[in-house]
Design a protein around this ligand. Sequence first.
Ligand SMILES: Nc1nc2c(c(=O)[nH]1)N[C@H]1C(S)=C(S)[C@@H](COP(=O)(O)O)O[C@H]1N2
Ligand SMILES: [Mo]
Length: 518
Amino acid sequence: MTRSRTWDAAAGLLAAGLALGVSELVAGIAGGTSLIVAVGDVVVDHAPGGAVKAAIDVLGTADKPALLLTVTLASLAIGALLGPAAGRWMSVGTVGFGLFGLAGALAAARDPLTGTAIAFVTAGAAAVAGYLTLSFLLRAADPARPAPAAQMPGRGTGTRRQFLSFAGATGVAGVAALSGRRLLSEAVDVEAQRDAVVLPTTRPAPFGGDASLEVPGLSPLVTPNEDFYRIDTALVVPRVDATKWRLRVTGMVDRPYELTFDELLAMASIEQSVTLACVSNEVGGRLVGNAVWLGVPLPALLERAGVHAEASQIVGHSVDGFTVGFPTEAALDGRAAMVAVAMNGEPLPAVHGFPARLVVPGLYGYVSATKWLEEIELTTLDAFDAYWIPRGWAKQAPIKTHSRIDVPRDGRELAAGRVAIAGVAWAGIRSIDRVEVRVRPSDGDDDAGEWREARLGDALTRSTWRQWVLEWDAVPGEYDIEVRATDGEGEVQTAERQRPDPDGATGHHRVRVTVEDA
Ligand SMILES: Nc1nc2c(c(=O)[nH]1)N[C@H]1C(S)=C(S)[C@@H](COP(=O)(O)O)O[C@H]1N2
Ligand SMILES: [Mo]
């Protein structure tokens, strides 16, 4: 059989695939991070904020699987390029897999849950497996090629069939390694643990079922867990074993301490509706939701530790290394800041932070809402910048006043007659006092039309969004519908357009509709 670049490329690709499979398996056994995920994390952490945002815009929540797939395919492609080069000079293969191992080890060592030793063992095993497979397959593809250092049976007797069977075996081994990893990573059964949680039975839950305005297409007052937006940097959802988990209160306190999950559950005593909002939400966007959170008031947790007077910042650390930071004051000024253990009457879903997360009314999620919380650290505002701060987002980020038109949707054609214009409005902890709507012909003057006051739904708390609705007698034509809210301090929502970065978007939400003869 003659040497073929195609076969060498196939050998490189298979060797890279096996190396990835072995890395997954070893990581699973050793309890370290996947190298693929670790490299993905490097990309997420170093990509410019704009690129990450663009990816989310295009791919939505599929951005995470898409990134992991990209990392995997890129590794395989590099393997396929390495194969032919190594076919000429085996030293290229040696260096190639050496670099592959080193990069993987360095990426994995960044993971807060992976020890440096485990990172290097995982990447080293993968690199060695990849290198041996490559040299073996190259030799099988070309019997004339001298064997590498290790003497293997069948040296020099390579045939097309032999190459194919080795290649097949390599593929099978890679897939087996990957499935082994799957089984291992499901060792912590979060769903079973959630089912086993007995939540404290509190007073009649403030679910607001009756209070909800019912208009087709209008967001319900309380967002069901399945529909709640999800934003985080975690490429794989952390599966926290609640039986081993501890919540620590540390830093500038007299008496640092830790709690088990059962101890925390036993302390859970407030249940309150709080609207959570993402700073990345565009005007009219859907990265906002309202849930009823059950948890332990932060003041109770802090009091037990004895917070130093100079401790001006609370930092919430996640098991995955993510951090938030907010002024200590926000935990103590009477808003319902808490460590939440349940969402809408259920233990926190894994994607929303099981077993426990922070909820601080009035602050955007990136400075307040640590999911998979494991440590509450008291420090000063100067001493520490949380995850998103060095990436260009504001250090202090109270939720701005927002209002959104849910129905009619932008671009809709409506029949003339009675039309319900409806939506939601929220303003951190400042409550919503008024919502006004303006309807004007699209071809008219930008400021034409009267602001008309919408009817408001109930306010469950001052930190909860309010639904609103306005009946409109629509006659044929094309219209722009615009909304603005006024908060409880009398401040009217600004019309001035601002992008989400660095501290939240502003501007009025508008939709354009066409009304046709009924
Ligand atoms: N561990 C962790 N917690 C996190 C984040 C994260 O990336 N990692 N993102 C924050 C951001 S930016 C927001 S807006 C909220 C979103 O919470 P949700 O996914 O439950 O809606 O979680 C916050 N908590
Ligand atoms: Mo966010």
